[in-house]
Design a protein around this ligand. Structure first.
Ligand SMILES: C[S@@+](CC[C@H](N)C(=O)[O-])C[C@H]1O[C@@H](n2cnc3c(N)ncnc32)[C@H](O)[C@@H]1O
Length: 384
């Protein structure tokens, strides 16, 4: 059921220090004291909280190490090795070409992180998280991709202070640099990465997106067309259009041809920054596009979509959003820093997107719950 979007962030700071701020100041002063920490770790009523906080802080400090354990598993293709069933550490060591004690270090680390499980006989097999990696190869692709992100984040303070001309991620996503022309060889890597991860998202978004009363859907920034290909299968009556940068649109055209969908989809090569949007669609989707760009790009894009739609036309924005309950670190910490390293865009809350849509002239703005909101939430809006 669609739900109303409400502003959750405070708009103005209180003038005087209210009770809440005074309580916070008192509490933080107390928690910061070493003597209190020692006492709280021993006192039966606070021991549980103290341990949870210690663990949470340790996990924050150790996050990079955990990520590198996962990276080693992915690089060594450990999960696939164990897909057929558990193996003894010495067998795994031989297969991975690692010294035995090092292999055991990796296996124990992966088991501690719930990627693997250690059986009573000493063999290691897949645990839930490792098994999930097998079913979602795009996660492994993201893990490999993160080497670039981590290189850019090596000095986060420098990144916060200056906006470097070029980062690893801005070169990887050439449109982040707003170059006039994007070469075919520079889109292949990111388009492949997006196509792989889109498979997980398209189903969730299409489950929640009402398209049965629409006749033509245009996916703007549609990548290689994975989202539209799924839409084509679910809604045989829909005619489909894709707009993306010319080399990406070319890749999409080839993909549609080989999937036998060439006759259903028209691919337009162009830039939504510089070119007029193709007319004729009564529904437009922006899937994982808006968060990639600054307001100075998105405000005119939303107005252009509004102008391109007929009265009653539908716009759908689907992407991970800031402030998603239960997934706060994904929006504000992960995407916040990822997009900062990329040099373009920011994660926005549903309320911020809703306000932008209102400014662009849209009405009937609502959020439609998706199956996995941490991967993508969905907002729809209509042209009056
Ligand atoms: C993060 S990807 C998302 C792709 C696809 N919608 C998905 O979710 O898999 C952003 C897409 O926007 C496209 N894009 C970026 N800037 C663009 C522009 N100025 N005009 C058209 N497409 C653009 C990129 O080429 C890329 O395919």
């Amino acid at each position: 059921m669609p739900v109303a979007i409400t502003e959750t962030e405070p708009r103005t700071a209180p003038r005087r220090r209210g009770w809440r701020e005074r309580w916070l100041a008192f509490r933080n002063g107390t928690v910061a004291s070493t003597a209190f920490q020692r006492w709280a770790a021993g006192f039966p009523l606070t021991r549980g909280i103290a341990r949870r906080n210690t663990r949470a802080l340790f996990d924050l400090c150790a996050g990079f190490v955990y990520a590198q354990v996962l990276f080693a598993c992915v690089r060594l293709d450990l999960f696939r090795l164990l897909e057929a069933g558990p193996l003894a550490p010495d067998v795994i060591a031989r297969r991975l070409d690692l010294p035995q004690e090092r292999a055991l270090t990796l296996l124990k680390a992966a088991a501690a992180l719930d990627l693997l499980t250690r059986l009573p006989d000493g063999r290691f097999g897949l645990a839930d998280l490792g098994a999930a990696m097998i079913g979602n190869p795009s996660i492994a692709a993201m893990v490999e991709h993160h080497t670039m992100l981590y290189a850019d984040l090596a000095d986060p303070v420098a990144l916060l202070r200056e906006r470097p001309e070029r980062t690893r991620l801005s070169s990887y996503w050439p449109y982040a640099e707003d170059r006039a022309a994007v070469a075919p060889e520079s889109v292949a890597a990111y388009s492949g990465l997006m196509a792989a991860s889109q498979a997980m998202i398209a189903g969730d978004v299409l489950d929640a997106l009402p398209l049965s009363d629409r006749s033509c859907l245009m996916d703007v920034g549609g990548g290689e067309g994975v989202f539209l290909a799924q839409a084509a299968r679910r809604h045989p009556h829909l005619s489909l259009r894709l707009l993306d940068l010319p080399p990406v649109a070319e890749r999409a055209r080839a993909r549609f041809e080989s999937a036998g969908l060439g006759g259903r989809v028209t691919c337009h090569g162009g830039s939504f920054r510089d070119d007029a949007l193709p007319q004729g669609a009564d529904a437009v989707s922006l899937v994982r596009v808006v968060h990639d760009h600054d307001d100075i790009v998105i405000e005119p894009l939303l107005s252009a979509v509004h102008a391109a739609l007929p009265p009653g036309g539908l716009l759908a924005i689907a992407e991970p959003m800031a402030g998603t309950p239960g997934a706060e670190p994904i929006g504000d910490a992960y995407f916040g820093f990822y997009l900062m390293a990329m040099g373009s865009g920011r994660p926005r809350t549903a309320a911020e997107l809703s306000a932008m849509l209102t400014r662009a002239g849209f009405v009937d703005i609502r959020e439609r719950p998706t199956r996995r909101p941490l991967l993508a939430r969905l907002i729809t809006a209509k042209r009056a």
